[in-house]
Write a protein that binds this ligand. Structure first.
Ligand code: SF4
Ligand code: SF4
Length: 252
């Protein structure tokens, strides 16, 4: 039988899975250049919550790939400390401290260590940031991704929502969050392959996820975002909705 904390962790993973599925449905109408084997966007500059980190750990455990993950997390890399979470950035902006809210972080990064032969080894368990990498034009030809503004807006709102789900847990670079989570008892099979000094350094670089303080929307963006949020919050998990669970209205 699951204890309360494990049950809550499991519920948060179910909510994240609902958000991933809802986002995939919402973007299905867009036409992107992205295709299998196209991987210029697979860098070490991916931010995640601990909820998404545990989805990756569970995927790895189910496939007995603990050694593989431990070794991938032990490679030298170029991640930078993060200054603000997505909700932390929104909080500062909404308080009028825009000059202190320099969002520029870790813009240059090496190749993601989970990439193998231009494909993602953890594709089914990849975090939201990876799901939102997309471009309407060939990044290899142009050097940068191009996204319609409405997709950029929904990407940010979804990042905020997932951070809200993972509030108080780790938030930061995917590799750092995974290293820090290796200290969780459930993940000890991975930790066996990692040097303690790597984990200490990673923990010093990460932040804690924050609740949503509000959204940074232009008036013309509000209706579409409201509709998007309304449908994701109305998704059912058992007898409750995602909105009920996030607002502590679920019983039984
Ligand atoms: S975002 Fe760019 S590099 Fe990544 S899959 Fe799409 S087209 Fe390829
Ligand atoms: S986790 Fe997978 S999709 Fe995300 S950056 Fe790494 S290889 Fe790419």
């Amino acid at each position: 039988m699951m204890d309360g904390q494990a049950a809550m962790g499991d519920m948060k993973q179910k909510i994240a899975a609902k958000i991933f599925a809802h986002y995939a449905k919402w973007t299905a109408a867009e036409t992107f250049f992205c295709r299998k084997g196209c991987s210029l966007c697979c860098t070490q500059n991916v931010m995640i919550t601990a909820v998404e980190g545990q989805i990756i750990y569970d995927y790895i455990a189910a496939r007995k790939m603990e050694r593989w993950l431990g070794e991938r997390l032990s490679v030298a890399r170029q991640t930078q400390p993060v200054r603000l979470t997505t909700n932390g950035f929104a909080r500062l902006c909404l308080a009028g401290n825009v000059e202190d809210s320099d969002e520029e972080q870790a813009s240059h990064a090496g190749i993601c260590p989970f990439l193998a032969e231009d494909c993602c080894t953890i594709y089914a368990a990849r975090p939201f940031a990876c799901r939102s990498f997309a471009s309407t034009r060939n990044c290899h030809a142009s050097g940068t991704a191009c996204l319609p503004e409405r997709v950029v807006v929904v990407n940010t709102v979804t990042m905020q929502l997932i951070e809200h789900v993972g509030q108080r847990g780790y938030w930061g670079n995917m590799l750092d969050v995974l290293l820090a989570q290796s200290r969780h008892a459930d993940n000890r099979e991975v930790k066996k392959y990692i040097d303690e000094a790597f984990i200490d350094a990673a923990q010093a670089r990460i932040l804690r996820a924050e609740p949503i303080p509000g959204f940074l929307l232009k008036p013309e963006e509000e209706q579409e975002v409201q509709e998007y949020l309304h449908t994701v919050l109305a998704e059912n998990i058992g007898a409750a909705t995602v909105g009920d669970i996030l607002n502590n209205r679920a019983h039984g």
